[in-house]
Design a protein around this ligand. Structure first.
Ligand SMILES: C[S@@+](CC[C@H](N)C(=O)[O-])C[C@H]1O[C@@H](n2cnc3c(N)ncnc32)[C@H](O)[C@@H]1O
Length: 248
């Protein structure tokens, strides 16, 4: 099974179980959106924005409502079909494309903002994707992405009188493998240490402007029953890391 097949098969369930509003710009489950975190560039009207691994493209829909010109891509045709219907329902125009992040190249356009929520962790080659983002961004363009926090690779243990995170290995964190009923791998989500993220950005001439490790909040723009189960852990440890970087 290739990786888009995995997503094509679970899109209906993913979109049914993930409650993601397009009335705010989300960064991940159970955490505040941009109305609180304020990481997006201020004046987004008429800016050219590209969303990678867009899923239902709720973030592009949010930006399009603010007057941005939006392009959004995803490797899964089923996600793009869902995004198309959602864009129509919200009466916005988005250039939606079935394409993997790795297929992007320097000819793919010219953007002021490239963003991705929980997408870069699925890239087979993060360095290649970030390098291409650098080629596609205008000077002072912004790269804004979120992914599972490396601490979230840990196992939360309830011991006799204590509970906490147990991390076997931080310097080379094993990916989270998605397996089918026959234990065949269908997709993998990578964890990156903060040092790995900052190194790959620096190597590709990005300056990090912010690293955010938000705590969960009361009224998030993205929630789901399955993430709610992690609420006790996520009250104490960050589940998501958000990076805002500027092209140097
Ligand atoms: C966890 S979902 C996140 C979707 C969306 N950004 C959101 O916040 O709901 C991950 C998405 O990445 C897409 N994806 C996985 N690997 C990809 C790749 N190599 N290139 C582009 N999209 C990919 C999947 O199809 C899926 O829609």
């Amino acid at each position: 099974m290739n990786k888009s097949e995995y997503w094509d098969n679970i899109v209906e369930q993913y979109q049914r179980e993930s409650i993601i509003f397009s009335s705010d710009f989300h960064y991940g489950p159970l955490i505040d959106g941009d109305s609180v975190l304020k990481l997006l560039p201020r004046n987004i009207k008429n800016k050219n924005c590209l969303e990678l691994a867009c899923g239902g493209a709720q973030n592009s829909i949010y930006l399009a409502k603010k007057g941005a010109n939006c392009t959004a891509l995803d490797a899964s045709a089923a996600q793009i079909a869902y995004a198309g219907k959602l864009a129509q329902k919200n009466a916005v125009q988005i250039d939606l494309q079935v394409m993997s992040m790795e297929q992007l190249n320097s000819q793919s356009g010219c953007f002021d903002l490239i963003h991705s929520a929980y997408g870069f962790n699925f890239a087979a080659d993060l360095n290649k994707v970030i390098k291409t983002c650098g080629e596609l961004l205008n000077k002072d363009g912004v790269l804004l992405f979120s992914m599972p926090h490396p601490l979230f690779s840990g196992e939360f243990l309830e011991l006799d009188d204590e509970s906490g995170l147990f991390i076997k290995e931080y310097f080379s964190i094993s990916p989270d493998l998605r397996l089918d009923e026959d234990a065949n791998e269908t997709a993998r989500s990578y964890f990156y240490s903060i040092d790995e993220i900052s190194t790959v950005l620096a190597q590709n001439s990005f300056l990090i402007e912010r690293i955010c490790e938000p705590q969960i909040c009361e009224d998030p723009p993205y929630t789901s029953k399955c993430w709610e189960e992690y609420r006790p852990q996520m009250l104490r440890f960050p589940g998501t890391i958000i990076i805002k970087a500027v092209k140097n």
